[in-house]
Design a protein around this ligand. Structure first.
Ligand code: PNS
Length: 166
């Protein structure tokens, strides 16, 4: 049985993430979505909130599990007997950073391989940061995030903007 990990910060989940996770679920026996800390980013949603949003967004897909973890990705992968990491690549701009992470992870654990899936054309431009920016400024985020988590995400973005005002 091959288990793959789909890691990310998912702050918050978008249709771009859903697409990659679904496609990975079609390729591997089991997919564990690892909601992790990216030290380069300041998250708006806690790991628990991000995990819960993903659980709702991916509900019904039998071989997908969502887990939050605040350590090294390679440790998470080893603990879960997974040696494949699946990441989505949007554009050339993603490449350098993703390449660096893939090589670092392979250096830390040579059994682990990273597989890249190109994002679907309609999600090429999409990112969690874009969603937060649009939501914060009162724009419609429905083209970017799953309907079942739309209101929750919007509420949290608005709460966050109010907190920043005070
Ligand atoms: O969605 P992101 O922010 O591009 O995902 C990056 C993430 C969270 C996968 C990466 O920062 C990560 O693996 N964090 C866990 C800590 C770790 O293992 N860091 C070393 C990887 S180079």
């Amino acid at each position: 049985m091959t288990t793959a990990i789909c890691p990310g910060s998912f702050d918050p989940v978008t249709y771009g993430h859903v697409d990659i996770i679904k496609r990975a679920a079609g390729m591997f026996d089991k997919v564990i979505v690892a909601v992790l800390v990216n030290v380069q980013k300041k998250p708006w949603f806690t790991i628990e909130e991000r995990t819960n949003l993903l659980k709702k967004a991916m509900a019904g897909i039998e071989n997908v599990e969502i887990v939050g973890f605040d350590g090294l990705l390679v440790d998470f992968a080893a603990t879960n007997n997974a040696n494949v990491i699946v990441k989505g690549l949007r554009a050339i701009s993603d490449f350098e950073y993703e390449f660096q992470m893939a090589l670092t992870n392979n250096k830390l654990n040579q059994d682990i391989e990273t597989v890249f899936l190109t994002t679907s054309a309609e999600n090429m431009y999409l990112s969690s940061s874009i969603v937060k920016q649009v939501g914060l400024l009162g724009g419609d985020i429905s083209p970017f995030v799953p309907e079942c988590v739309h209101d929750e995400i919007l509420l949290r973005i608005r709460q966050r903007s109010k907190q920043n005002e005070n």
